[in-house]
Design a protein around this ligand. Structure first.
Ligand SMILES: Nc1ncnc2c1ncn2[C@@H]1O[C@H](COP(=O)(O)OP(=O)(O)O)[C@@H](O)[C@H]1O
Ligand SMILES: O=C(O)C1=C[C@@H](OP(=O)(O)O)[C@@H](O)[C@H](O)C1
Ligand SMILES: [Mg+2]
Length: 171
């Protein structure tokens, strides 16, 4: 199956973007992030899309960005944390090298806190994060070929763990 060498999924702040860049470097391939594609397409930051146009519009742009990237990008692909909520997106990920990056709520709040670019965590981040994870954990698990814990690991170590878990060194 052609398509991305690795797809990273998982909650906001787990390190998909940070680790994805490192992993792409190690593998000598390109890096792509669906959030960046959506921002470019909309011509404004994620928080402004949510505010001006609403979450459903953001999700529509995100579904399209994921479809295009899965079809055309051969390197490392990081998805936005909520992309797996779309059944269409989960179907596109079937049979692909998908890694679910995991962490605990305390770590999540330390990493992203009240980060303005993540509008879904703007109010009561700890409770919001828990609620989102309850909804999404089964979806991350459903699409994942490998589950990679990130707590207490540096982004470089996580990149290594993904390569081991997906057996990318042998590829
Ligand atoms: N393994 C890690 N340990 C500590 N901090 C991390 C780790 N991975 C990412 N971070 C930090 O957490 C924040 C969110 O990372 P980011 O890559 O934007 O996550 P995501 O794309 O999954 O939302 C950034 O400030 C980043 O530097
Ligand atoms: O989990 C989510 O619903 C979201 C995650 C964000 O991406 P990251 O997971 O890269 O932070 C971004 O797509 C948007 O703020 C919504
Ligand atoms: Mg990201």
């Amino acid at each position: 199956m052609s398509g991305p060498a690795v797809v990273l999924v998982g909650p906001m702040g787990v390190g998909k973007t940070t680790v994805g860049r490192i992993l792409a470097d190690r593998l000598g391939v390109g890096f792509r992030d669906t959030d960046a594609d959506v921002v470019q397409r909309a011509g404004k930051p994620v928080a402004d899309i949510f505010l001006d146009d609403g979450e459903p519009h953001f999700r529509a742009l995100e579904r399209e960005a994921v479809r295009t990237a899965v079809e055309t990008h051969a390197g490392v692909l990081a998805l936005g944390g909520g992309a797996v909520m779309a059944a269409e997106t989960r179907a596109l990920l079937t049979g692909r090298p998908v890694a679910f990056l995991e962490m605990e709520v305390g770590e999540a709040v330390r990493r992203v806190g009240l980060d303005a670019p993540r509008p879904l965590l703007a109010i009561n981040p700890r409770q919001q994060w828990r609620t989102l994870m309850e909804e999404r954990r089964p979806l991350y698990t459903e699409v994942a070929r490998a589950v990679v814990p990130t707590g207490g690991r540096t982004p470089e170590q996580v990149a290594d763990d993904i390569m081991d878990a997906l057996e990318l060194r042998k590829a």
